[in-house]
Design a protein around this ligand. Structure first.
Ligand code: FAD
Length: 432
């Protein structure tokens, strides 16, 4: 048995951040893949650079801004978001709720009237019940019907009545009446409403350059790759690894999916942790890396696709966002679709994606496509199950009593971004 003060599970951004901030201390990082970075990695093909769908870094925290500056100096670009919704055959600006100009008049009317009614009539006390009630309370019937419900049903794979709303206040822009009316009667000028108006991106190498540079600043010998835990006993504070080694730790930082972490428990937590794990649900993301022999027919960065008739929920363009991500004169995109569990309809996804690209006039002809490669993210979007809050409270109390810190979107089992991963890894290290 090997003794180590701190074990970090997972070498994505949150595990890397913890490792970087624990420099000089006694720790190991256990990572099942052969390299660090997790979801924040990039691949190259024929001169095109693809991230694992869009991974755009929005920073608010000064500590993370400093970390980014230390890693990149001036080797980055800053981009102002240009995002759109494509529905009813027209492009409107994102967010939908304050940019309905251009939609058929009846739909604009339903959205504006619904918003006014929500302001003055709808019951706000129900907003905490679920995401559907939150939308009805703050955005009203029209906006809910024409965007929020269909789009979120697609992305989360279940109706918004079936999941919680606690994340909305941060991530879903709540417009004022003035913004809704202005957005309905005036042609859009880019207004940058919302949490992600600008973002920074590495000058070269794709977003994968971020974990690469962070890893370069870490003590690499403390990372063990291609190994995963096969049993975790939090009473004895031991972890059995797939290579047969057993680690005895004092502190544990977990960034691997909480659902899997709970299933790995072998101590007294086992019965309830396994039961909760069975209740936890997550949407997987199947996506296509697409390359075109021409520039795209629209210059937007990414596009939300709420209508049910289109299979993908979102499509974005790497080359529109940053031209260096594709060879001169060409274009590239990612096209995303969510589902629960396995997925085998790859040809159908390709066919439906081509239909979408043609309807959007992103391409003129199927022959514009150089290649479309299928990829899958097993753990994409956490679905807040019915007992989510009680279950998470129980888990957090148990973690606090057992020197376990949960970090990152999947370790904490929530909706969170790359910046959160960096912050949480750093703060976990600081507490130790
Ligand atoms: C489709 C999609 C788009 C996104 N777009 C953005 C965006 O534009 N901007 C943004 O800020 N964020 C975005 N995110 C969120 C972002 O990817 C995450 O917040 C962040 O990458 C989480 O980092 P992490 O280290 O916590 O988790 P991960 O990146 O998942 O890292 C976890 C690590 O643990 C390893 N691991 C898993 N299981 C085990 C095991 N059993 N044993 C050992 N190791 C294991 C994995 O291999 C991985 O390396 C997006 C996410 C998705 C799914």
């Amino acid at each position: 048995m090997k003794r180590v003060k701190t074990v970090i599970l997972g070498a994505g951004l949150s595990g890397l951040s913890a490792a970087y901030h624990l420099k000089g201390r006694d720790f190991v990082v256990i990572e099942k893949a052969g390299k660090p970075g997790g979801l924040c990695t990039s691949e190259q093909k024929n001169g095109f650079t693809f991230d694992q769908t869009g991974h755009w870094l929005h920073m608010r925290d000064d500590r993370i801004k400093s970390l980014f500056s230390m890693l990149f100096g001036d080797e980055f670009v800053e981009i102002v978001r240009e995002t759109f919704v494509f529905s009813y055959g027209v492009y409107t600006q994102y967010p939908f709720q304050s940019n309905t100009y251009g939609l058929p008049p009846q739909i604009i009317k339903e959205c504006v009237v619904g918003f006014v009614k929500a302001m003055y009539e709808n019951d706000k006390s129900k907003a905490g019940e679920n995401f559907y009630e939150w939308c009805m309370a703050y955005l009203g019937e029209g906006i809910s019907k024409h965007f929020m419900i269909p789009y979120n049903t697609k992305i989360y794979t279940v109706h918004p009545k079936e999941y919680a709303s606690h994340w909305c206040d941060y991530y879903v822009p709540k417009p004022t009446l003035e913004q809704v009316i202005e957005g309905a009667v005036t042609a859009p000028s880019q207004k940058n409403v919302g949490y992600n108006a600008t973002f920074k991106y590495p000058e070269n190498g794709g977003i994968g350059e971020l974990p690469k540079r962070l890893f370069d600043k870490c003590e690499k010998e403390k990372f063990i790759f291609n190994v995963h835990p096969v049993g975790i006993n939090c009473d004895e504070k031991t972890i059995k690894l797939s290579d047969g080694e057993v680690l005895k730790y004092e502190n544990l930082i977990n960034s691997i999916p909480l659902k899997d972490f709970l299933k790995l428990q072998t101590g007294s937590a086992r019965p309830w942790s396994s039961e909760i794990s069975d209740r936890m649900k997550i949407a997987s993301v199947s996506y296509l890396n697409a390359a075109f022999n021409r520039k795209l027919g629209h210059a937007g960065h990414w596009f939300y696709i709420p209508e049910e008739k289109y299979m993908p929920y979102r499509m974005g363009s790497f080359s529109n966002i940053y031209s260096k991500l594709a060879p001169d004169g060409t274009g590239s995109a990612y096209i995303e679709y969510t589902h629960q569990g396995g997925f085998s309809d790859i040809e159908l996804l390709k066919e439906k994606s081509v239909e979408l690209l043609l309807d959007m006039k992103i391409i003129n002809d199927i022959n514009d496509i150089l290649f479309m490669d299928y990829r899958k993210i097993e753990n994409g979007y956490v679905i807040y199950h019915k007992e989510y809050f009680e279950d998470l409270k129980k888990i957090e109390n148990w973690c606090a009593q057992n020197s376990i810190q949960l970090v990152g979107r999947y370790g904490k089992w929530t909706y969170a971004a790359m910046e959160n991963a960096l912050v949480e890894g750093m703060e976990a290290a600081e507490r130790i």
